[in-house]
Write a protein that binds this ligand. Structure first.
Ligand code: THU
Length: 137
């Protein structure tokens, strides 16, 4: 038996992978999972939810973030994303969150908050979206 404990990254990436088990993606057949870690230790998962009217699809990242925010106003400490089927040989360019999700993520993640992308690397929010739209009056 090992006494080594799992890192925050490993735990969160595993949760993102697990979230794909309930993907609703009959149109693309492309599962995506996301997991949000909050500063109170809670983890919220999300998966992509598609619709016959394709444009109404909601990405996994947004489902996870909206689910977390619905439950609590605790701060987001990290987000993990797992894109595509296990073992698929997607290029690194495909293993990143879409632009719409980046804007939504920037509303809840600080610029330095880590985003762990399964099979790729850890990005900061600021690396993913340096000039996010911010409404300032
Ligand atoms: N998708 C996500 O869930 N997150 C992303 O960042 C990119 C794309 C979903 C939407 C759709 O259900 C499927 O992946 C194929 O585009």
């Amino acid at each position: 038996m090992t006494t080594e404990s799992k890192s925050q990254e490993e735990i969160l990436v595993e949760a993102a992978r697990a979230a794909k088990e309930n993907t609703y993606s009959p149109y693309s057949d492309f599962p995506v999972g996301a997991a949000v870690l909050l500063d109170d230790g809670q983890i919220f998962k999300g998966t992509n939810i598609e619709n016959a009217s394709y444009g109404l699809t909601c990405c996994a990242e947004r489902v996870a973030l909206f689910s977390a925010r619905t439950a609590t106003d605790a701060k987001v400490s990290a987000l993990a994303i797992s894109i595509g089927r296990e073992g698929s040989a997607l290029p690194k360019e495909s293993l990143v969150p879409c632009g719409a999700c980046r804007q939504v993520m920037s509303e809840f993640l600080d610029p330095e908050t880590p985003v762990y992308v399964d099979g790729n690397r850890t990005f900061t929010m600021d690396e993913l979206l340096p000039y996010s739209f911010i409404l300032v009056e």
